[in-house]
Design a protein around this ligand. Structure first.
Ligand code: XUL
Length: 540
């Protein structure tokens, strides 16, 4: 008898489906739909539509719906035993909002399996496209909400994050201000996660504590919608929001549309969906104090499991509810792989050569310091991008290769100090996590063991594992999170990078220097040139 659990992940560029089999401890099926390639009619580039001055970034929610149907069809064509799937959960890119009118709920109840979802749902939207996490057009609304909540500190204490451009609350406020009539006609506002969960459920699905925390509307302590935050955002907002619930909730059974069309079992349980970062926490296996992960992707993220609630009063990092019922921290950088690529391409390197140069160059970069803001940065906030180099220029090959990597990890160490629980081990995932030179620098700068995994699809895997955990708990076949996760994550196959004690003091000093340079450039601080010269004298 197979025990199959299905996880979906609707990310910025693609939809992923993954099935785990708990009777053989194997992932038995994976499928991806790339939006640009397989749904070209939505005219996306990397899954998004960029409007106006590059600050407005949207996607069409019908594209996600069509991808869902396409991926189920592929699963059916591949003769997967769909009727053996016991439970489903999912993951969505965080923060993006979907605006629906009063037809939505009615349509969901009347779905006809002989027709497509898109043809039946295309009249259900009060706003045709959805602003997503890459949108940075709401600076004005952020300012207004922050002020209404009593300023930076009280806003962060209330919702667990600064009021951010990409978060849902400021996006909702902007829609209310610019399109009051369409806002009035909006019956319900979903996140990407709860929108897709609603389609599977056949009625509006709740939002979980993980994704809810990315809206600037949830009280981080009570984990409920907060009246003050709702009022600061838009009128009558509570009645337009779904319920908010625990990340382990079983929200019902799969809608008859999918049972009849694809052959699912009518008793297939649906577990509330969550955001991609909370799901990845499980898909990577971070359920213990002292475990953090760095995902080196389009944007770089640093996230960790938290046993207790910590908040960043500087307003750079976020706290979300974790699927375990605890908390997680997240710091998101825009200058990730695209910034590394700028240097790689300038010197016509491939990643192998890049890594070799990094390994050959000296830790501390002979005192050369870079502030790598190739693009506007979230942490620290930099709205007008510019790259700063101290002690070298843009033609210095080794200086630039080491400069960008040391800058990225010094910045991560510096801006994660607010998290009270220090990492004792860091898991590295994402594209650049196969680059040995990069990971050794990471271990040395953080003075921590780094473990690199061949993780792919951690958000979809996390969703499938969450589905399994809730299902077994509901049947009184209780499994711990460790039991659920360790069956599917191969710790033996990971490569470990041990920090080199020889560089501990050097990087402590360099961290201070780096912080002084950030202050010098971003906060009109004192020029740290003299300290840089002393650093060179001490180490080189
Ligand atoms: C997190 C964030 C992104 C999105 C897209 O705050 O904005 O990681 O979740 O993946």
């Amino acid at each position: 008898m197979s025990d199959l659990f299905l996880g979906l992940d609707c990310s910025t560029q693609s939809l992923t489906l993954l099935i785990t089999d708990f009777s053989s401890d194997k992932i038995i099926y994976r499928e991806h739909i790339n939006f640009d390639d397989e749904l070209p009619q939505y005219n996306t580039q990397n899954g998004v539509i960029v409007l106006g001055d590059n600050k407005i970034v949207h996607s069409n929610p019908l594209m996600w719906v069509e991808a869902l149907e396409l991926i189920f069809k592929k699963m059916q064509d591949n003769l997967i035993p769909i009727d053996k799937i016991k439970a489903i959960s999912g993951s969505g890119q965080q923060h993006g909002t979907v605006y629906l009118n009063s037809k939505f709920e009615r349509q969901l109840k009347e779905l006809d399996p002989s027709k497509t979802l898109v043809s039946q749902l295309n009249n259900s939207f009060s706003r045709l496209t959805s602003p997503i996490w890459m949108d940075s057009s709401t600076a004005k609304q952020c300012e207004e909400i922050r002020e209404k909540l009593g300023g930076l500190k009280s806003a962060i204490e209330l919702v667990g994050s600064n009021i951010f451009e990409r978060f849902s609350g400021p996006q909702i406020r902007k829609f209310f201000q610019e399109n009051p009539e369409k806002f009035r006609k909006t019956s319900i506002i979903h996140l990407v996660s709860s929108f897709l969960a609603s389609i599977l459920l056949g009625e509006s699905a709740p939002i979980d504590h993980g994704d809810g925390a990315g809206m600037n509307l949830m009280n981080i302590k009570t984990k409920q919608w907060d009246d003050k935050a709702l009022q600061a955002t838009a009128p009558n907002l509570r009645e337009k929001l779904p319920l908010i619930t625990d990340p382990s909730s079983i929200i019902g059974n799969l809608s008859p549309y999918f049972v009849s069309k694809y052959g699912f079992n009518p008793n297939t349980h649906l577990i509330v969906w969550s955001g991609d970062n909370p799901n990845s926490l499980i898909g990577i296996g971070l359920m213990k104090k002292g475990k953090a992960a760095i995902s080196l992707g389009t944007s770089d993220t640093y996230f960790s499991y938290l046993e207790d609630l910590y908040i960043d009063l500087r307003g750079e990092g976020h706290v979300f509810g974790a699927p375990t019922g605890d908390y997680m921290s997240l710091i998101c950088y825009k200058n990730g792989s695209l910034a590394r690529e700028k240097i790689k391409n300038k010197f016509h390197l491939n990643w192998e050569k890049f890594s070799k140069i990094l390994e050959k160059s000296s830790p501390g970069n002979n005192g050369k310091i870079m502030l790598p803001y190739f693009f506007p940065e979230i942490v620290p906030q930099v709205l007008n991008p510019r790259v700063y180099r101290f002690g070298f220029d843009e033609n210095d090959l080794e200086g630039n290769v080491r400069g960008i990597i040391e800058a990225q990890f010094l910045s991560m160490r510096l801006h994660s100090i607010w998290i009270g629980e220090k990492p004792i081990e860091i898991y590295a995932t994402g594209g650049a996590s196969t680059n040995k030179g990069v990971l050794q620098v990471l271990a040395n700068i953080f003075k921590t063991k780094v473990r690199a995994f061949e993780f792919t699809d951690s958000a979809a895997l996390g969703a499938a594992l969450r589905a399994a955990k809730s299902y077994y708990d509901s049947k009184n076949m209780i499994k711990t999170w460790e039991e659920v996760v360790h069956q599917f994550i191969d710790f033996h196959k990971s490569i470990v990078f041990v920090p080199n004690e020889k560089y501990f003091e050097l990087y402590d000093d360099m961290l201070e220097l780096y912080e002084n340079y950030e202050n010098y450039i971003l906060n009109n601080g004192k020029d740290p040139e003299q300290a840089r010269i002393e650093f060179i004298k001490k180490y080189f």
